[in-house]
Design a protein around this ligand. Structure first.
Ligand SMILES: Cc1ncc(COP(=O)(O)O)c(C=O)c1O
Length: 350
């Protein structure tokens, strides 16, 4: 049985449950504003002299429409990094509670735990990056508040199995965060359509990857109206700036453009993966459903250095569990991918 809404409420830190959130000038009045003398802004019109709307209603409405959720089931953060920290702060009592994650995975879950003085329990994925269910469940206790699942996972590029996610949603005693930063590359595997089934599920997504606007910093959390209310309660009052809200609306209007870019990237990823398999310096190319590929080389430091000497930066993952000699390569433009392969082939011939 998944946790009930009442169970989830009891997971929230007492001080957060009791919190009176900051009330911003603009959310305090009802009616039509003609003269704004309430927020100590500059009166001179620069297009951005006014604070943004604290809840970004237009962007949220567009996302709600795109994703098929209600407005009270989503809130926005300054990138999904921001959302990771909201979750840790809402549910975890410093020095008492613990969170669990499955490395190799996105690094912010651990950093957020460390910032908030929360115990971080790492249960490594298997060598083929699957969830080791027994080992994972052996780590659950009454102070386990957050389970971080990343699907598709960064840096391995694979999906976690649906049945395992379902089972964990039913068995974990706290909230399960499903990080879907790369879900647009494989939208049919999103858990969003199932949000209402699990009161302890929080899904995070971002505009930084497939939507192509990492620079504006916009992430979204989807959860029950209660969890969303808690998250809104602790965010900075105007956390999504005016320019970000404007650009987000423009980008989100062009879903077709996003799909076309994805089609290109998926094709380019397959070509890159196939080309990489042919290199002698390559040991293994891990299958990926995302816009990056994890590759195990015979000597990753040598390859990393060689690429860098030619101005190409990839991500060295060799310190992560089960990632010895692995580099993570993000798919680029056709020209960038060709240059990458050319530089790599020079190393192959040395
Ligand atoms: C799995 C995962 N989650 C979250 C993020 C952060 O995304 P954002 O740019 O929205 O903060 C990343 C970025 O690399 C990621 O790989």
């Amino acid at each position: 049985m998944p946790l009930t809404a009442t169970d989830v409420r009891s997971l929230v830190r007492e001080n957060i449950l009791k919190l009176t959130p900051y009330s911003s000038a603009r959310s305090e009045f009802k009616g039509k504003a003609e003269v704004l003398m309430d927020a100590n802004e500059s009166p001179f019109d620069t297009g951005i002299n006014r604070y943004p709307h604290p809840k970004s209603p237009d962007v949220r409405a567009r996302l709600a429409e795109l994703k098929g959720v209600n407005l009270d089931q989503l809130m926005l953060g300054n990138g999904s990094d921001d959302l990771v920290d909201f979750v840790t702060r809402i549910f975890c009592r410093p020095g008492i509670d613990n969170v669990i994650a499955l490395p190799p995975t996105f690094g912010m879950y651990k950093v957020s735990a460390a910032i908030n003085d929360v115990e971080f329990r790492a249960v490594p994925l298997t060598p083929d990056f699957d969830i080791p269910m027994d080992k994972l469940m052996a780590q659950f206790d009454e102070n386990s508040k957050v389970l971080w699942l990343c699907s598709p996972n960064n840096p391995s590029g694979n999906l976690m199995q649906t049945e395992k996610i379902e089972y964990l949603l039913e068995k974990f005693p706290g909230v399960v965060v499903l990080d879907e930063a790369y879900i647009e590359y494989i939208p049919e595997r999103s858990f969003l359509p199932r949000l209402n089934e699990f009161p302890n599920l929080i899904i995070t997504q971002t505009l930084s990857k497939a939507w192509g606007v990492a620079g504006i910093r916009l992430g979204a959390a989807y959860a029950s109206p209660f969890i969303i209310k808690m998250m809104n309660g602790i965010k900075a009052p105007y956390n999504i700036n005016v320019l970000t809200q404007q650009r987000a609306l423009e980008i989100l209007a062009d879903e077709q453009g996003m799909r076309e870019r994805i089609t290109f990237l998926m094709q380019a990823r397959e070509e890159l993966a196939a080309a990489l398999q042919e290199f002698e310096v390559v040991d293994h190319v891990f299958p990926s459903v995302t816009n990056f590929i994890l590759v195990r080389f015979q000597n990753s430091d040598r390859v990393y250095q060689h690429l860098l000497e030619h101005g190409i930066v990839v991500r060295n993952q060799s310190k992560q569990p089960n990632c010895a000699n692995c580099l993570r390569i993000t798919v680029g433009t056709a020209e960038e991918n060709a240059r990458f392969l050319e530089v790599l082939s020079a190393l192959n011939q040395l």
